[in-house]
Design a protein around this ligand. Structure first.
Ligand SMILES: NC(=O)c1ccc[n+]([C@@H]2O[C@H](COP(=O)([O-])OP(=O)(O)OC[C@H]3O[C@@H](n4cnc5c(N)ncnc54)[C@H](O)[C@@H]3O)[C@@H](O)[C@H]2O)c1
Length: 369
């Protein structure tokens, strides 16, 4: 068992919608101590600072602080590279919200800088550390469905302009169904099946504009700059073929989130945007779908356990951690490849690979109930 040492001092940059979940969860993570928060909009950081009694600093003061060892980058996707790079250049470990960067070139620069400066760099999503995903991986590793052959993954919704308070970024570079929701689906698939070797895709922008129906921007139009309906075939290194559909153009559907089909059985898996959910199993002998019991913990919205796992690795000299930069870079390259395939109508080879994280249920001793 890894021993916990002193908690590491961290600061959040980007105090918007998702920051609240992180702040609440960090209160339960024994090896993280959140000491500051900052945002380009002072009112955003002031609100969180007041609510949670955290020091409010501007971004430069966070970067220059000798007390802060880790930056948690919760800015919008277009700022991820800039904030993560500056943090690494200022000697801070980094954990970024997804996507790691907008291009594989940026992702490579981040990895190079983190290595050069001997710093850890992790990236969301960490949902695959949840109990259902860890169980799914164990089911596959233990051979319950035989050798995986094919998979399907479906994320279809009508976009986020009906609920998110500032939804413009979902329709700009770094957004769209692929860059916004793709990291959950692709990371879970890579965790379960290994790296992807090529992609082929069709896609389109169905609606040129979107009308915001959430507050406070109700009625404002968004110009859409990314494909919003994307149909892809992923070819995995182990020859599994997966159909992936990502859409912000669909009101409703009855499709399963993720299914994995093997030589002797099939698995139907829950929403990879969540840590938990039901797993259904079918095999050639029983010939009916039944719920498969989960065998690990953490099923609720535990965003942040990937940071705790990374810090645990740092504190115990463990060289690998689950939600790591190489994995996130591979996901960026797959997404970039899908967009490129849509534009060029070609099969796009994926050059980067990654070692899929080990089955690594989150360590209970770092969680304060
Ligand atoms: N909202 C969700 O449910 C959700 C869930 C999971 C992941 N995410 C991811 O989390 C990230 C943030 O999403 P959000 O919904 O909180 O967005 P948001 O727009 O509500 O918040 C982002 C915050 O970052 C700040 N910011 C942007 N650029 C900055 C910069 N250069 N320096 C300092 N601050 C800057 C903005 O002012 C804003 O307050 C995104 O990458 C998103 O994909 C969001």
């Amino acid at each position: 068992m890894e021993q916990i040492s002193q908690p590491i001092n961290c600061a959040i940059i980007g105090c918007g919608n998702i920051s609240e979940v992180y702040i609440e969860n960090i209160l339960h993570l024994a090896n993280l101590r959140l000491i500051a928060c900052g945002d380009i909009l002072i009112e955003k950081s002031a609100e969180k600072g007041k609510k949670y009694n955290i020091e409010v600093l501007d971004v430069d003061s966070i970067l220059n602080s000798n007390d802060i060892q880790l930056v948690i980058n919760l800015t919008n996707p277009s700022s991820h590279f800039e904030i993560s790079m500056k943090s690494l250049e200022h000697g801070k470990h980094v954990y970024s919200e997804k996507p790691l960067a907008l291009t594989v070139e940026q992702a490579n620069l981040l990895i190079e800088t983190s290595k050069k400066n001997s710093l850890f760099m992790g990236c969301a999503p960490d949902t695959f550390l949840g109990g259902s995903w860890q169980t799914a991986r164990k089911i596959i590793d233990d051979g319950w469905i035989g050798k995986p052959i094919s998979a399907t993954a479906f994320m279809l919704c009508r976009g986020h302009e009906s609920w998110h308070p500032s939804p413009e970024f979902f329709y700009k570079k770094g957004g769209g169904p692929l860059f916004d929701m793709g990291p959950y689906y692709l990371t879970s698939l890579v965790f379960l099946l290994g790296p992807v070797k090529s992609v082929f895709s069709y896609g389109k922008t169905t609606f040129e504009t979107r009308t915001i129906t959430s507050q406070p921007l109700y009625g404002k139009q968004i110009h859409v700059e990314v494909p919003t309906d994307i149909h892809t075939v992923l070819n995995f290194e182990n020859d599994v073929l997966c159909t992936l559909v990502m859409s912000f153009d669909t009101w409703s559907h009855h499709l399963p989130h993720i299914e994995i089909h093997g030589e002797t059985g099939s698995l139907s898996l829950p929403d990879p945007n969540c840590f938990g959910g039901k797993i259904f199993f079918f095999n050639q002998f029983k010939k009916e779908w039944t719920e498969f019991p989960t065998c690990y913990d953490f099923f609720t919205n535990m965003r942040g356990i990937g940071i705790s796992d990374m810090v645990c690795a740092l504190q115990t000299n463990r060289s690998s951690y689950s939600a790591n930069g190489e994995l996130a870079r591979h996901i960026v390259e797959i997404m970039e490849g899908i967009h490129k395939s849509i534009e060029e109508q070609k099969i796009i080879p994926i050059k980067s690979s990654c070692i899929p994280p080990n089955l690594s249920p989150y360590i209970q001793q770092n969680y304060i109930p």
